[in-house]
Design a protein around this ligand. Structure first.
Ligand SMILES: NCc1[nH]cc(CCC(=O)O)c1CC(=O)O
Length: 309
């Protein structure tokens, strides 16, 4: 069986596609990468939250799933919208990498807990809000582009440190520049962080689907992401909204921790739900209800209001 894998052309995207390709090959299939450029790759001069479009990194790939030019599309799980169109589905999630955010710097002394101030480059509203909440003495600059571009900007002095997902840093081989691993209970990661998602058209033949699932899917990761994604969908957070959740799955028990933070970092709401793995999406929905009821709704409404002005 031959599988055509649609992927963006960035180094991180290609690493992820190659990872899925090797899992498929181990299961006896052949596979090839088909590189597709997305809007998110073309627009580099604006912050992601100001563009605001959903599916910025996925739309063109989804089009080619529909036409059958590719069999599957591979994405960072955290870049996949919380709800897909009816004719598409997520059929596999790779085993999750360490979920933490990390600080990178050429200066090993640069740590978030250091008393003197420095400039942190990041593009994610979640990280900006957490920085303002836990480390208000630090300065933050908005920074887009791939890891290599950001490192170049840091070299030019635009910032002293970068705040990124460990998964991407590790996959690109920059572990040496990590000065601090941020605790995942403090900076709760974005939904899906660290896993790679495989998307296909519902109409894809069942033989291909079965092979892809058995070769690529990691059941505990899938269960965890089911809960996180249900939470995200219910609070209607995209990558431009500071919503976060992390599940732990062990021995059939799932613990889901997540919440919402205001953009200025002042209001941080988190809660936890625990239950059996089989109830993953209900646990996600329940957590969303709790977080929305205790003030999350106001925080999100406020963010929406300021965006439309
Ligand atoms: N939004 C960009 C993005 N999408 C996936 C990763 C890293 C890999 C991952 O989290 O799985 C990154 C970079 C980052 O947040 O530092």
């Amino acid at each position: 069986m031959h599988i055509r894998i649609g992927t963006r052309g960035s180094r991180l995207a290609l690493w992820q596609a190659d990872h899925v390709k090797s899992l498929l090959e181990k299961a006896g299939a052949t596979a090839e990468n088909v590189i597709i450029e997305t809007k998110g790759d073309k627009i580099l001069d604006r912050s992601l939250s100001s563009i605001g479009a959903k599916g910025l990194f996925t739309e063109e790939l989804e089009e080619k799933l529909r036409t059958g030019e590719i069999d599957i599309a591979v994405h960072s799980a955290k870049d996949v919208q919380s709800s897909l169109d009816d004719d598409l589905e997520l059929i596999a999630f790779t085993e999750r990498e360490r979920v933490n955010d990390v600080l990178l710097s050429f200066d090993p002394q640069k740590k978030l807990s250091a008393t003197e101030s420095f400039i942190v480059g990041t593009s994610s509203v979640r990280r900006v809000a957490f920085l303002r909440h836990f480390y208000p003495h630090l300065n933050v600059v908005n920074m887009r582009g791939n890891l290599q571009t950001r490192l170049k900007k840091m070299e030019e002095g635009v910032c002293d440190a970068l705040l990124l997902a460990f998964a991407g840093v590790h996959r690109m081989g920059y572990d040496d520049l990590i000065t601090e691993v941020i605790g995942e209970k403090t900076f709760i990661p974005a939904v899906g962080q660290g896993s790679v998602a495989v998307e296909c058209a519902r109409a894809l033949d069942s033989g291909r689907k079965a092979l892809i699932r058995s070769a690529v899917n990691h059941p505990d990761t899938e269960t965890g992401l089911l809960a996180e994604r249900a939470f995200l969908k219910k609070v209607q957070g995209g990558c431009s909204v500071p919503v976060f959740a992390l599940s732990e799955v062990s021995g059939g028990i799932l613990t889901l921790r997540g919440g919402v933070i205001s953009l200025d970092g002042r209001q941080l709401l988190t809660d936890t739900r625990t239950g059996v793995s089989g109830d993953a999406s209900s646990l996600g929905n329940e957590l969303a209800d709790v977080v929305l009821a205790k003030g999350g709704r106001e925080i999100l409404d406020e963010i929406k209001r300021t965006r439309t002005i």
